[in-house]
Design a protein around this ligand. Structure first.
Ligand SMILES: Nc1ncnc2c1ncn2[C@@H]1O[C@H](COP(=O)(O)OP(=O)(O)OP(=O)(O)O)[C@@H](O)[C@H]1O
Length: 257
């Protein structure tokens, strides 16, 4: 099981309840997340898995302050309940929402719009991030000229230039083929090694979660509960073909399906 010391908590999900309007006439409120508790450790990558509809995105959006919780509790960030999104926490979606009329460099620079830096410093940071995600050659290209992986790398660079404290990723690689996806895993790990940023990633892909994450959480049930919470830092778990990896993969898949 995963342990979390008090000083290292990025998000303290405290008795969180999210209610949506009922489905159909006369139906009561629907609460996929109901008095839910979880501590997300700072400086590590937490991956969240679970069956479709179990509330992963709802939880992730709550961490970003995008959904108003019921008064039972909420998400504590830096000692206070989140009531709105903060520029320190950036959410990256599967659909990367690049501006089609801006090229890669302009899209990435857009991420830095709220940072008050000298122009030259800003431009250098944008270039560095484009380099980091391997798009230097494509900096002048427009989104329709890019592959899905290149678009997603642009979105990641755009998020990084805003220098967020925390990155939230919602199935960011699900549209990519397996080889691109694995390259994106390496990229994310490299970015983590360079920045030690807190990241929380929702995914449907068990392999992705184990390889990329330091911690994997499996949600399930209605309302959602934590079914598995496991530290995945062991060396053996970074080898997709090791017995250790395959055992954990089986255990997680059994819990989900
Ligand atoms: N804005 C909303 N209004 C009403 N119901 C919603 C809303 N957003 C999500 N839900 C419902 O809440 C439940 C959890 O949705 P959520 O998107 O968090 O699940 P998920 O685990 O991320 O699913 P998936 O893996 O399919 O993306 C689902 O039953 C969904 O229909």
């Amino acid at each position: 099981m995963h342990g979390t010391a008090a000083s290292q908590i990025a998000f303290d999900v405290d008795n969180l309840t999210i209610a949506f309007p009922g489905r159909g006439p006369g139906a009561g409120a629907f609460t996929p997340i109901d008095r839910f508790n979880l501590k997300i450790t700072a400086g590590e990558i937490t991956c969240i898995l679970g069956r479709s509809g179990c509330g992963k995105t709802t939880l992730l959006r709550s961490l970003g302050g995008f959904i108003k919780p019921e008064p039972t509790g909420g998400v504590v960030y830096k000692g206070q309940y989140l009531t709105a999104p903060t520029p320190e926490v950036v959410l990256i979606f599967q659909e990367n929402n690049l501006f089609p009329w801006l090229n890669v460099r302009q899209n990435v620079a857009f991420g830095a719009r709220f940072r008050k830096r000298p122009k030259a410093e800003q431009a250098a940071l944008v270039d560095r991030m484009i380099e980091t995600v391997g798009l230097a050659e494509a900096a002048g290209a427009y989104p329709h000229q890019l592959s899905g992986g290149m678009r997603q790398r642009t979105a990641i660079a755009r998020a990084l230039v805003s220098e967020p404290g925390i990155l939230l990723l919602d199935e960011p690689f699900s549209a990519l083929d397996i080889s691109l996806r694995r390259r994106m895993h390496d990229l994310l790990r490299t970015i983590w090694h360079d920045t030690r940023k807190t990241m929380v990633m929702v995914t449907h892909n068990v392999e992705e979660a184990i390889v990329v994450g330091h911690r994997v959480i499996v949600l399930g049930g209605q309302p959602s509960r934590v079914l598995i919470d496991v530290d995945t830092r062991a060396d053996g778990l970074k080898d997709r073909y090791s017995a250790e990896f395959l055992n954990l993969q089986r255990q997680i898949e059994t819990a989900i399906y």
